[in-house]
Design a protein around this ligand. Sequence first.
Ligand code: ADP
Length: 449
Amino acid sequence: MRMRPRSIRARDTVVAAIIAALVWGVTAVGVDFAVRTIVRADLLQRTQVDARRVSGGVRDGTLRGPIPDDSGGRVLVQVVEPGGLVREATPAAAGRPPVSRLWPSPGLRVRDFTECRGSWPHRRCLVAEAIRATTAPDSVVVYAAEPMPSYLVNGLLEGLLAAGVAALAGLAAWITWRVVGRTLGPVEAIRAQLAEISATDLSRRVPEPPGEDEIAQLARTANATLDRLESAVGRQRQFASDASHELRTPIAGLRANLEDASMHPEDNDLPAVVEQALHDTDRLESIVTDLLLLARIGTGGTVAQEPIDLSALAGAEIGRRTFQVKIEKELAHGVTVRGVRMQLVRLLGNLLDNAERYADRVIAVEAARDGEHALLTVTDDGVGIAPADRERVFERFTRLDTARSRGAGGTGLGLAIAREIAEAHGGTLRVEDDARGARFVLRLPLAPE
Ligand code: ADP
């Protein structure tokens, strides 16, 4: 069974009340003890003075008649004979039985004590001193006694202290309840808003309390997360719609050709139709392959990374191809990164495909170390990319309005894939300034030696 309350507010309140009760309880016990000690010492001191004065009088025989009382009847003094007869007394103590039966022995003539009679609520206690006047066997005993104040006898002091402890614990609980309630108010507001946002639309934001405290930071973080979520969802939606749009054009073309061939077989050259249909299917296939690749990059933490020599990889990829233009290589030694070989081959392949498509006469490929990074650049001497388009070309399905873009029939996904791969490897891929044409720069962290 769980006894802990579910709400933080209730839990904190209970803890505060318990701590306050413990602390104030210990304090109250101390106060009780101190009050009793001080009061008793004070009473005893007065009874001692009277007892000693009177026993002195008994010993030197100067005590005659009723004992004078300067305490206003508070201190009771009696001189009692061995038989229990009260020989002399102060006016307040006259005509009463002896205040105590305690009879000091000759060896211990002076005794201090507290004596109580009756039961609650009529209980009375006396603080007393008894002095045996002499060591003689028939010596009288002088008693001086004073009643203890009633609040020490009937439990009033303890009752008040307990009430005080309870009140202070209650105060601590109340303050905690209020303070925690005020602190957690914004958390509840954030939670309620988040619950609604996840149920309705992502464009809403949670309330941000002013200040820099943890709750304000929580709200800000929640809103930043919502920003990212919203734009990710937006991008996904845009991507899906772009992808469908992109697939629709070749499908429509394919369908038009096939319909035309089936309706007018006599006007069509069947092998040519099939040839065109195969071409369209190829294009569809390459779009779908690219889309699948894009969806997979960066999501699989499972793909094995291995140390890869970028220069060797670039050399092999260039060697595998035949170029229509001149190719210049400048590949340094020891440019090693950690990565997925297939993906890096794909990245470089995309850059080389583009470079070859746009280059006039020459492509330059360079691999080098740059501080903590490996650098791989692919530069061509074609039309280049205007600064305003240098980010746009990395977006999915972007094709700049140059003649070659349109004619060559790329999927428009090549650079998006390349950048995604670079980022999945903890690196960057950017277009940089170049005097001749387009210059793509890949920066990857070097593998630890
Ligand atoms: P595509 O399949 O069209 O090549 P990419 O994502 O590879 O798609 O490229 C996007 C666009 O960026 C291209 O259509 C082209 O307009 C532009 N681009 C890419 N590489 C170059 C380059 N080397 N020189 C000039 N423009 C380029």
